[in-house]
Design a protein around this ligand. Sequence first.
Ligand code: NI
Length: 201
Amino acid sequence: MIRHRIRNLALVLVSLLCLAFTGGVVATLIVKPEAFRSAIGGPFALEDIEGRRITEADYRGRFMMLYFGYTYCPDVCPTRLQEMTLALEALEAEAPELAARITPVFVTVDPRRDTREALRAYAAHFHPRLEALRGSEAEVAEVVRSFQGYVNYVPQADGADYLVDHTAYVYLMGPDGAYLTHFTAFDDETEMTARLARLTD
Ligand code: NI
């Protein structure tokens, strides 16, 4: 009987510890912004349109404006990439030194169709410094996951083509590689420029 009670007490203690631990993790995420920051982004290895291996370390010392998308995207991607372009161009007129430190990056989530040549042709429509990156499907999926994003391949009725449902945030990473902020579909180029202009080291 006593042994039974001790075991029950032990179970209660374990449950309380679990609760405290879970609560602690949640509280840490809420209270400490750096805990949230470190949850977005991380190491990656992709290739650029020249076939060069590019990692997150290549962006140290620069701000990185990162967008996931694909060249076959019918509407959202061209709009977002155009907004990124306009925002950066406006900042170049306003604060050229700061603008020069911001690198716009496009990572395709559709590497099957987005070859290096397809990316090269597509990137030419946007900011001249836009860096288009690709990798294997597994590599791309891993990068998307590290940014807490999602990708979903949606087959179309005709069977010939497919759409890619994907995160449409523009992420802004600092010179140390840490997450700073992101822009949603509600932030147009004017809002982007205003927030970029406030960036400091
Ligand atoms: Ni898209």
